[in-house]
Design a binder for this molecule. Sequence first.
Ligand SMILES: C[S@@+](CC[C@H](N)C(=O)[O-])C[C@H]1O[C@@H](n2cnc3c(N)ncnc32)[C@H](O)[C@@H]1O
Length: 276
Amino acid sequence: MTDVRAEALERLAALGVSRHEARWLVEEFLVGSDLDAWSALEVAATRRLSGEPLQYIMGHWPFRTLDLDVDSRVLIPRPETEELVDIALAQLAHGDARNPLILDLGCGSGAIGLSLARELGERGIAARVIAVDESIEALDVARRNARRHGLSTVSFLHSSWYDDVDISLEGRVDLIVSNPPYVSSEDLAGAQPELAHEPLGALVAPPRDGVEAFDDLASIIDGAPRWLRSGGSLVLEHGARQSSDVTRRLFDVGFVEVKDDVDLGGLPRVAHGRWP
Ligand SMILES: C[S@@+](CC[C@H](N)C(=O)[O-])C[C@H]1O[C@@H](n2cnc3c(N)ncnc32)[C@H](O)[C@@H]1O
């Protein structure tokens, strides 16, 4: 490490930025060592110390093989969602579709759908991905990310869950993936302050059927059978406390091979089932 970088890290640490985050900021903003770079770094440190997430300050963040633009219009893609993509890829491999049709419900930055398009493409599989969000602002970010990475087989749809999905796709979808809002307002109030910078509509869901923050998960599960082809899969991220409610609902609407996979922390977080 150069003396200038070492000095910058010391300055940020002295201000109270953690070493780990200081490294990211120095890499991002200390391009050269002129005054402009130092002042950009100082502004970034001030934003971080005021509670803004590192990822929004940098304006981009890695997700699997992609570097994604992120800002306060979209949820910051999380590591557990990277695991969801592995599970979705395994479900597709099992289903053996050559040109799979995929719905990414609540696409945010595009993390899931764009990763699937990219990684399937690398395996010679031309997936058609429809990335859906009810937030026009999120769709703008996702579209920009698709353009940045040349992922032209991904299209974008402004819709509340399945409401505006074209009727011609009924019974034809190979995979529905979603990381929907699944946090209760009570849990959000007690969560890390950084979450307050992320869009509320990306995080918080109302209760349903006596289960906290279950409304969006339930809507997605209940709606899926109409769109999936026989043998198609639904893969859903959810909160650790919602595991039994999600898997029960999947069984209740008729899914088979229902399973809930644990994340790196050992908690059940990604449920999936196959439509018979
Ligand atoms: C938890 S974020 C997930 C974003 C992204 N898929 C990811 O994993 O990083 C949930 C997303 O669902 C979207 N959303 C919330 N309610 C929705 C609805 N009724 N219909 C479609 N999208 C919705 C939000 O705008 C947000 O982008």
